[in-house]
Design a protein around this ligand. Structure first.
Ligand SMILES: *Cc1c(COP(=O)(O)O)cnc(C)c1O
Length: 469
């Protein structure tokens, strides 16, 4: 298995060589040169496996430069009852006959990002130790991603994390989650400004090539291929949990922002998992809904990105979409580079009619958007009909699943976070506070460790330089 760039400008590389990197050198995204294909026999052999055995069977097809015994040990160490609360790892709840929710949020930060990030932490440590190297991850977060990265990398050899967040802008729960970490390799920096200013500081540091090289600056953003691979596993797990027999077509519905989660579903489908439809759910930031309904991809600026009550989907430029469009348009690097030139330099593109038809017919995509009012009504509906509390993002998934359900076909909605993370919206919908998972009730009482900084990129560089040997 080798990895190439969607824009055709990277010599083939192995998994360990692309794991720590971000974009390919030509600005494209890293993808496998071809997807492993599973036969019906292969699928039948996977159907009864435990989460860790299934994860090894899938991931080892994408990773051939880590000895199998080592890879298995890393997977076993990641997906444990201690970290994910139960042996199933991603249990499936039946709402009614053909409607299911797959729980992806039982990890340490209560959002699906833990599913990939926890494995990434162990893979990073393994690859860095083997090479005798070090990496300093510098990132900005408004909540979910930063905490998932910190809980994945805490205490890992060879890795430091410097995470910027806007002072006073996160929820008390999110703040407590990040700032209560006492590990020596985790640095929380609270910036006296907004999230955008945090992002600009990270960008400025990355634009300083000498600094970046000298201090081995890296990232764990949503375009990391390792994250996608780890996410592919739970689509297989969910499929086997609901399908009566291998071969039965099943729909999956995914609350989407950067298109990372559902990109993994697309990969699973390309590998031969019998997924019928892939339903993309968005909130008021509906750039993806527009794309899947019209074939036009027209990313928007920050001025047209709205703050909503499903905040982790407040994205107007879906970085991982490039991977899907690469497959859709025939895996032609030059064609893809031209399309993404319009994304970077102009106002985006409209698919050719034939490609748009394939997007629906051959690749099975559908989409739907939700508003705040839909979200509140759906949280109420799921609770009153089924007695289940879903978070605002998962409620957007429920909305889209209802819009595209067809009689006799099972739909699995991917749960992307737990209600406890989004207290005010849950209270608005249900008039009661969500119950935090066991062990986290006292989180906000723990001592917190963080440094305050002005929005100044030079101050950030000094801070990192002083703490990196
Ligand atoms: C990150 C996130 C999403 C969006 O996932 P993508 O992979 O970016 O599409 C949805 N819901 C929650 C709760 C998230 O944290």
């Amino acid at each position: 298995m080798h990895y190439i760039s969607t824009r055709g400008g990277m010599p083939p590389k192995r998994f360990s060589e692309i794991l720590l990197g971000g974009l390919a050198p030509d600005g494209g995204l890293v993808v496998p040169d071809e997807y492993p294909r599973l036969s019906a026999d292969d699928l039948n052999a996977l159907a009864g496996l435990s989460y860790t055995d299934l994860a090894f069977a899938i991931i080892s097809r994408f990773v051939d430069d880590i000895p199998p015994a080592d890879l298995k040990a890393l997977i076993d160490k990641t997906y444990t009852v201690e970290a994910f609360g139960n042996a199933d790892i991603t249990p499936v709840t039946r709402l009614e006959d053909d409607l299911f929710i797959q729980q992806l949020s039982n990890g340490p930060t209560l959002a699906f990002k833990d599913m990939a990030m926890q494995l990434l932490g162990n893979l990073f440590e393994y690859v860095l130790t083997r090479a005798g190297e070090q990496i300093n991850i510098v990132g900005a977060t408004s909540g979910d991603t930063g905490s998932a990265a910190e809980y994945a990398m805490r205490g890992k050899k060879g890795v430091n994390v410097f995470m910027l967040s806007p002072f006073g802008k996160m929820s008390a729960f999110q703040r407590a989650q990040m700032f209560s970490l006492q590990d020596e390799n985790i640095f929380n920096i609270s910036v006296k400004s907004m999230f955008d200013a945090c992002q600009d500081m990270v960008k400025a540091l990355n634009n300083d090539a000498d600094f970046k090289r000298q201090y081995k600056i890296g990232a764990v953003n949503s375009i990391n291929w390792g994250r996608i691979v780890a996410q592919v596993v739970y689509y297989f797990k969910g499929y086997f949990a609901v399908a009566e027999q291998v071969g039965e077509p099943v729909d999956f519905c995914v609350p989407s922002g950067n298109f990372g989660n559902i990109c993994a579903a697309h990969v699973a489908r390309q590998m031969g998992l019998p997924i019928r439809r892939l339903i993309v759910a968005t909130n008021e930031n509906d750039v993806l809904d527009e794309f899947f309904k019209t074939g036009g991809y027209h990313p928007r600026g920050l001025d047209l990105t709205y703050e909503t009550s499903s905040p982790s989907m407040d994205i107007s430029k879906a970085s991982n979409l490039e991977r899907f469009v690469f497959d859709l348009t025939g895996r032609d690097g030059a064609k893809l580079a031209a399309l993404w030139h319009t994304v970077e330099k102009e106002k985006g593109f409209d698919l050719e009619a034939a490609d748009f038809a394939r997007l629906r017919d051959e690749f099975g995509f559908r989409s739907e958007k939700s508003t705040h009012a839909d979200r509140i009504a759906n949280i109420r509906e799921v609770f009153s009909k089924y007695g289940v509390q879903v978070d605002p993002h998962t409620a957007d998934g429920y909305h889209a699943a209802k819009a595209h359900r067809e009689a006799g076909v099972k739909v699995v909605i991917m749960e992307t976070a737990l209600p406890a993370k989004f207290e005010s919206t849950m209270v608005e919908a249900l008039n009661q506070k969500p119950v935090p998972p066991a062990g986290l009730a006292d989180l906000e009482q723990l001592p917190q460790r963080f440094d305050v900084m002005e929005a100044d990129a030079e101050a950030l560089k000094r801070y990192v330089a002083e703490r990196v040997a």
